[in-house]
Design a protein around this ligand. Structure first.
Ligand code: FE
Ligand code: ZN
Length: 507
């Protein structure tokens, strides 16, 4: 007869999570966990941290291995059957170029952040949860690279995503967001990534990319998306738990957390401008408009969340009202700028088709035909006359979000919005009051920001000509950049579709 008894789930959970912690004796605990206190957050009892998932490491490995087996089976089938030929249109591929260039290495940065937390939290519950999330995030980066490597065989813009992420101007938007979070303390990191990003704003990433992929016939992206989304439930729970835990530990924590909510709402919202542009312009088959998505996922769902959090003394993030004022212009301003700088991008840009413009007029009855359609029509005429417009000068970047200052005044969509402030004798520039406030809260951090355009002017980016800078950024000039019309992607796509049509006829 065996003397070992099988452990019950509860006991196993206790032994394999909380039971793994101990009080140090050779060194004081405060020295072993130095990051816990420097943000000013006060924690009195770590045992109050709730782990709703009660997942132990051994069960975690089992689930994840099973998911990976299924995912890679589907990816293999996709590759063997030339799945890329089933997408709606080759323009679609540019939205997943943006995903690989901007999001995949942000997943890796999230991994780095959670590894740090897995070491630095004094409480065992959040340490174990952070360790699992660290593994989730590196798995996301890996599965995305694997899934999209198939597209790399057939389309431009996929081959140099690491270098692009580090060097290209529009990718410094997500990069600087994650690096800002990584270099904050552990509680701010969780508020930034788990709460603001994964809890409040996650639908605005997931829905457009994953539903967008499904609508446009991209089964590879749909599959890695769903494989990642089952982790997301755990991540979102951690995001809400950290807010409640900090709030319940000490009333002194409330104003600190509110300041982080304000900051990370605005930073997250600004980063989502890339998604707004993708939803309205880059998906040949549209899911919904940015304005509809913002209404549904932020104004309604986010509004209800902050009503609920009011019992702790929290309020809506500052400048939420500005985001609502901007919803009818957000994607249009962004696409206009990317189109402008389409010579310096690792993807293609284009003028929307007339059917697409009709869709925009219907979705944006108060702005599209008044402000944006005439400009697109003008650029279209110019292009047809052989004068495709590419801006050759460098834009003024915002010191905080690193987006070119292309946004307009909250109350006047015809006036560019600029803010500036002086610090230690230097002038710093911003796209909005939101970004200007963030700078004033931590000027010593943001004066160190590495702004791509400034780096180019300082001579740190491969040379003085645009061609040299693009090469240095990993762009194959004439292949990855410029208009979709006349691109290798367009020519190949038409050839393949023609071939498939002929093969079908013969068969
Ligand atoms: Fe992730
Ligand atoms: Zn900004």
């Amino acid at each position: 007869m065996s003397t070992t008894k099988k452990l019950g789930l509860r006991e196993k959970y206790r032994l394999m999570t909380r039971g793994l912690g101990w009080e140090t004796t050779y060194q004081p605990m405060d020295k072993v966990f130095p990051y816990q206190s420097f943000e000013g957050i006060k924690i009195h009892d770590w045992d109050k941290w709730e782990d709703p998932f009660r997942l132990t490491m051994d069960a975690y490995w089992k689930y994840q291995a099973e998911k990976d087996r299924k995912l890679y089976a589907i990816l293999d089938a996709f590759n063997q059957h030339n799945g890329h030929l089933n997408i709606s249109d080759a323009r679609y591929v540019n939205s997943i170029k943006l995903f690989l260039q901007g999001i995949t290495l942000s997943e890796y940065n999230a991994h780095r952040g959670f590894v740090h937390l897995g070491r630095q939290f004094r409480g065992v519950g959040p340490r174990v949860a952070s360790q699992m999330q660290a593994l989730d995030e590196i798995r996301h980066a890996q599965t995305q690279i694997h899934a999209l490597s198939h597209y790399n065989k057939y389309f431009s813009g996929f081959h140099g995503f690491q270098g692009m992420y580090d060097r290209l101007w529009y990718l410094s938007v997500p990069k600087s967001y994650f690096e800002d979070a990584l270099t904050a303390g552990p509680f701010e990191f969780l508020t930034a990534i788990s709460f603001s990003f994964e809890y409040v704003l996650t639908n605005l990433i997931f829905m457009p990319f994953m539903s967008g992929a499904a609508y446009n016939g991209d089964m590879a992206t749909v599959t890695f998306g769903f494989s990642a989304q089952s982790d997301e439930a755990r991540h979102m729970t951690m995001g809400l738990e950290v807010i409640k835990f900090m709030a319940e530990q000490d009333p002194d924590n409330i104003p600190i957390i509110q300041r982080w909510m304000d900051k990370w709402f605005w930073r997250g919202y600004r980063m989502l401008v890339l998604v707004a542009m993708m939803m309205d312009y880059m998906l040949p088959k549209k899911v919904m408009s940015w304005s509809e998505a913002w209404e549904m996922y932020f104004e309604q769902a986010g509004g209800a969340l902050f009503e609920d959090l009011a019992r702790y003394g929290f309020r809506m993030p500052k400048y939420a009202d500005v985001s609502v004022k901007e919803k009818d212009r957000y994607s249009h301003e962004a696409w206009a700028a990317l189109y402008h700088y389409g010579a310096a991008a690792g993807l293609h840009t284009w003028i929307p088709t007339s059917e697409e413009m009709e869709w925009m007029a219907e979705k944006y009855p108060n702005s599209f035909e008044q402000f944006y359609k005439p400009r697109l029509d003008y650029w279209d005429e110019q292009q047809k006359a052989g004068k495709r417009m590419y801006c050759a000068s460098l834009p003024q970047l915002c010191q905080v979000c690193q987006i070119p200052a292309w946004f307009t005044e909250p109350d006047d969509p015809t006036q560019l919005c600029h803010r500036e402030t002086e610090y230690k004798g230097e002038t710093y520039h911003f796209c909005s009051d939101g970004c200007c406030d963030i700078f004033k809260g931590e000027p010593e951090k943001y004066i160190q920001a590495r702004l791509p355009t400034h780096q180019i002017y300082q001579g740190n980016c491969g040379g003085a000509s645009i061609e040299e800078v693009l090469k240095w950024s990993g762009i194959e000039v004439g292949h990855d950049n410029l208009d979709y019309l006349g691109s290798d992607d367009q020519k190949n796509w038409e050839r393949w579709k023609h071939q498939t049509a002929v093969e079908k006829k013969i068969a």
